[in-house]
Structure formats: C-alpha cells, structure tokens
Design a protein around this ligand. Structure first.
Ligand SMILES: C[S@@+](CC[C@H](N)C(=O)[O-])C[C@H]1O[C@@H](n2cnc3c(N)ncnc32)[C@H](O)[C@@H]1O
Length: 243
C-alpha cells in the first residue's frame, strides 16, 4: 500500500543501546545530516548538499554505512543519500561522516520508499541495494524490497543510463530479482558472462553483511541493471558499461 499507510516491512529499528557518546553525536549531527522527504519535492536533490555535487547516488539499507562512507570518500563530487531505519546503523554512519568530515552525504532514518516517492523523476544516477533482508520463508517472500512496486519506483527516479546495483548471497533472492527485473521493460541486465555477476563490480571493501557471508563460504551475486530511456534506447546487453 502506498502513502502514509504503507505497511513497514523492515525488521528491528534498534539493537543494543547506543553509548552516551553515540547518542550525543546523533542528537548533535542528525538534524543537519537527516533528510526530510518533503525537502526533495521542493528543491533539486543536488541543492540539498552543502558542497557542489554532480551525480546523485542512493543506497537503500546501508546497514553500518561502511560502503556508503567509502563511496562518499572516493567520490567527493557526488552526492550520496542513504536510507536505513535501524538506528544503530544510522549512528554508525553518522560517526563515519563526522570522523571523515564528509560533506556529500545526507541520510534518512526510515523506509527508502518514502525517499523514492519524494524524489523528482529521473533524478538519480545510481541506486545500490546491497544484501537486502532475504525474507527466506515462502510466506514472507512478498516482504522483499524487490517487487513490482519498488521496481516501478526505481524506474521513475533513475535517469536513462543510470544504474541499479543489487547484491545478495541468497540464491533464491537472486533468481527472484532476475525474474522481477526481467518483467520491467525499463531495465536491462548488463551481464555478458558469469564473471560479470560473480565479482564485486567495484574496488569497494565488503559491507558488514558481505564479510559475514564470505566468512561463511557463501559467494554473493552482483546484478547490475541499466535504466533504458531516450538517451540510450539502443543500449542493452553487450553494450559497453562502466561503473
Ligand atoms: C541484511 S541488512 C544489510 C545491510 C548492509 N547493506 C550490508 O550489506 O551490510 C539489510 C538492511 O536493510 C535495511 N532495510 C530493510 N528494509 C528497508 C527499507 N524499506 N528502507 C531502507 N532500509 C531498509 C535493514 O534495516 C537492514 O539494515
């Protein structure tokens, strides 16, 4: 269901109690770093950063924020929006932002669908969904982030030529995603061979979840989709694609 009555499908919002230092840090910096979805409808996303930014990237469910902070450090001219309802993860990213003096990150401590709905059309260059909650039981599969509604949201906000990067170590979620994405004519899967989906597409350190999964001997799959549209109508499988 859309709008304010949409059912929230994520798990815990709080794990262990934040230390007094982390609690103070959150209270001091979240008002400045936090993003109100209403602000996205009122102004171009680039104007929400205190430094000039070109591309805008979004990470859905950033967990502890390691990947997002790494990307933001590596690409200071790109604006990053991170969404994560788990407050311990938000605190961890706020700590990374403050420690590394990052000026190109804004975050939202709730459902990413709120941000996707508030963004202007064709306003994002890249969206990451790394190791989303797998909801492995059949009767819970519908809670997965990937589904027709969220795919339509992604198609609306990605620019033509922009990309959606998905990673999971759960084979059933990978085939689920391949199936749902194939049903959407706005995206093309960029893989040309197994090497393209078995290897991490960027020189980024593993996320916390990925490190655990690799330690357990599971190999994640990386699916990269390109948003097709007027400016790249003829692009598709086999067309050159660089991250
Ligand atoms: C399995 S964890 C992976 C975290 C991180 N990406 C990593 O690889 O370590 C999935 C995360 O997605 C978050 N999440 C679940 N539903 C979400 C939603 N609708 N919007 C934003 N984040 C969500 C959860 O709170 C959780 O932290």
């Amino acid at each position: 269901m859309d709008g304010p009555h949409r059912k929230r499908l994520f798990g815990r919002r709080q794990g262990h109690r934040l230390s007094p230092r982390r609690q103070r840090q959150l209270e001091e910096h979240l008002p400045r770093l936090g993003l109100d979805p209403a602000a996205l409808s009122a102004a171009p996303p680039a104007s929400l950063f205190p430094v000039p930014v070109g591309e805008i990237h979004l990470e859905i469910g950033f967990g502890g924020g390691e990947h997002l902070a790494h990307q933001a450090t590596r690409h200071p001219g790109t604006g990053f929006i991170g969404c994560e309802p788990f407050i311990n993860g938000v605190s961890s990213l706020v700590d990374l932002i403050v420690t590394n003096r990052l000026s190109n990150v804004r975050l939202y401590d709730d459902d990413a669908a709120d941000i996707l709905d508030a963004l202007p059309p064709a306003s994002l260059d890249r969206v990451y969904l790394l190791f989303p909650d797998p909801w492995p039981k059949k009767r819970h599969n519908k809670r997965r982030f990937i589904g027709p509604e969220n795919i339509a949201r992604l198609a609306r906000v990605l620019k033509p030529g922009g990309c959606f990067i998905f990673a999971s170590d759960i084979a059933d979620y990978v085939t689920w995603t391949l199936r749902h994405m194939r049903a959407c004519p706005d995206f093309v899967w960029t893989a040309e061979g197994p090497g393209d989906w078995q290897a991490h597409p960027e020189a980024a350190p593993p996320t916390r979840y990925e490190a655990k999964t690799r330690a357990a001997g599971r190999i994640p799959a990386w699916l990269i989709y390109q948003r097709i549209g007027k400016s790249n109508e003829r692009a598709g499988k086999g067309s050159s694609f660089n991250l």
